[in-house]
Design a protein around this ligand. Structure first.
Ligand code: B12
Length: 503
């Protein structure tokens, strides 16, 4: 009888925002034929810790794999790991995902984590289970690329695993989620929106981005037939009418993207994706025609900064004239750009923040429908085996408000503290002063009320109109300071925050 692996996606968002947990679905599919597996999704099962413990105590589980992103999911991952460890000390607990990829050392400094899988997890997990259950001891573990583990008191980081494109050919076992229909939701895009990932990775290596730590500058695009097959399954089996495409960077090389656009133009499902300003600006008219026909509604563009020196510093590879040109291109093609910015970099926190506010006002003049996502610049430490000296440099230069070097936590619990959770979510940093934090909060409030996000399909139209009216003088005269009346109004009209909850 084959061994059984329990795969857990700890709670990270509300039921309403839960989308297909693609990591555990992919991992489950990859184990087929060698190990049986089941899935618990904490986004739907709000008592998932008890469910997981019961399943382990019933003796149904030989190993547990847990998906962990930094931020709020880290806390729930710790809770379920501790509970399982307390009830069944011998069950191996394996962490994978963005948190252990970047913070493998901190993960293993925690008594409830036995193995940390870095990067893409499918092959590493299979080899790890073979080694754990098949014997071969430390020597066999040491040979598994992408694995971090404990040899006695020492933490060992094996070599990185090479990029794998196997994931784009896999069919996902949606039925293992119980009722997959619960993951299809009403959003700004349509009544039945799904999350979907077509391509893997990103060829860029921006110093601040977790995707670069996971894929180290590699990408693989699916064949158009593959995309067509998957979209047919999603529309026919689940009645999907719109898609949020999770690809880290949808518009890759034009000659490769165009056949995918042709497939999307066939389906004409309103869609959303991540894109880069330079790629959009350089797209041919023929591709833009396909973009329009396919009904791309919104493109999330990492604008990051209004300063070319910072874009250069973070190895973004785009310029501000391209950001502005991309906004213009989007406007003339009926696409809403969703622009994200990173405020308050330590080199010039106040200056950059104020310049970003000005830049945003300028963008709102060109294309008032542009969506704005405001984050604080918060680069993460380099992953073990990271061969990117620019990341090490950017992090080693960080100083707190008193000029002392920023020291990152060394345990999972350390990273789960409120202030480090906020750091991972790009919401706060040790070098933000109270004044600047307040200034960012005030601007965010005024901007958000003046231009309520179009992705918010939950708040009442009258509520949004009231906030717009109340905030317009403040926005117009740039009087952002202490918008108490907006804070009060927002208690009655709760606005959706797509930074935290997605579409
Ligand atoms: C959907 C999504 C969300 C949704 C999740 C909703 C849901 N599923 O129900 C929501 C909106 C809640 C969300 C929120 C956030 N997100 Co998010 N999100 C995504 C997105 C678009 C897709 C995730 C996905 O399905 N990926 C596909 C799967 C297959 O990839 P994967 O998860 O990386 O899994 C692979 C490996 O990581 C590994 N692995 C993962 N788990 C495990 C477990 C084991 C045991 C093993 C062995 C391996 C393993 O193997 C998997 C297969 O190869 C990604 C971008 C992306 N395309 O990944 C961003 C992304 C993951 N999010 C990101 C961020 C920053 C956030 C936020 C922190 C933003 C914020 N400021 O608040 C929040 C906080 C989350 C929280 N509450 O904890 C970053 C992560 C960067 C980082 N270093 O952590 C990403 C990469 C976006 C980006 N480009 O910056 N997110």
């Amino acid at each position: 009888m084959s061994r059984h692996v329990l795969l857990i996606n700890p709670t990270m968002t509300s039921r309403r925002s839960a989308r297909f947990p693609l990591a555990v679905l992919n991992l489950s599919a990859s184990l087929d034929g060698r190990y049986t597996s089941s899935i618990i999704d904490g986004n739907l099962d709000r008592d998932f810790v008890s469910t997981a413990v019961q399943s382990v105590q019933a003796g149904e589980v030989d190993a547990v794999g847990i998906s962990v992103m930094g931020g709020p999911q880290l806390r729930t991952a710790i809770a379920v790991s501790q509970a399982i460890r307390a009830r069944s000390a011998a069950t191996p607990i394996i962490w994978g995902g963005h948190f252990p990829t970047i913070c493998a050392e901190a993960s293993l400094n925690s008594p409830y984590v036995d193995y940390a899988v870095r990067g893409q997890g499918e092959e590493t997990l299979g080899e790890l289970l073979d080694a754990h259950f098949g014997g071969g001891g430390a020597e066999r573990l040491a040979a598994i690329a992408g694995l971090s583990w404990r040899r006695g008191a020492e933490i060992v980081h094996n070599r990185n695993r090479a990029f794998s494109a196997a994931g784009i050919a896999r069919s996902l076992p949606y039925e293992r989620l119980g009722n997959p229909q619960r993951y299809i939701a009403r959003t700004y895009l349509g009544n039945r929106t799904t999350g979907y990932q077509a391509a893997l990775g990103c060829r860029f290596r921006c110093t601040f981005c977790g995707v670069a730590a996971m894929f180290r500058g590699k990408t693989a695009l699916p064949a158009p037939e593959r995309l067509e097959l998957n979209l047919s399954v999603l529309t026919e089996r689940f009645g999907v009418d719109s898609v949020q495409i999770y690809d880290h960077n949808f518009f890759d090389r034009e000659q490769d993207t165009q056949p995918l656009l042709e497939v999307l133009a066939k389906f004409q499902l309103p869609w959303w994706c991540y894109a880069r300003a330079d790629a959009l600006v350089n797209l041919s008219e023929q591709s833009w025609a396909l973009v329009r026909k396919s009904r791309l509604r919104m493109a999330y563009i990492g604008a990051e900064s209004p300063s070319d020196w910072l874009l250069h510093d973070i190895r973004k590879g785009t310029r501000i004239d391209q950001t502005l040109a991309a906004v213009e291109k989007c406007r003339s093609n009926g696409v809403i750009p969703e622009l994200s910015f990173m405020l308050a970099p330590p080199q010039d926190p106040w200056g950059e923040t104020e310049r970003t506010f000005e830049f945003i006002r300028h963008i709102k003049k060109i294309h008032p429908q542009s969506e704005i996502m405001l984050y604080v610049y918060a680069p993460l430490p380099p992953a073990p085996g990271s061969s990117n000296p620019a990341v090490e440099r950017s992090v080693s230069q960080l100083r707190d408000g008193e000029g002392r070097p920023v020291v990152f936590p060394t345990t999972a619990q350390g990273w789960a503290q409120k202030k480090w959770q906020a750091y991972w979510c790009h919401a706060d940093t040790p070098w933000l002063t109270d004044d600047l934090r307040q200034r960012i909060k005030d601007f965010t409030t005024v901007l958000g009320c003046r231009f309520p996000t179009i992705t918010d399909v939950r708040s009442a139209t009258w509520g949004k109109a009231t906030l717009r009216a109340l905030s317009s003088w403040r926005y117009r005269y740039q009087r952002y300071g202490r918008p108490w009346e907006l804070d009060v109004a927002r208690k009655f009209v709760r606005l959706w925050d797509p930074r935290v909850s997605g579409l």
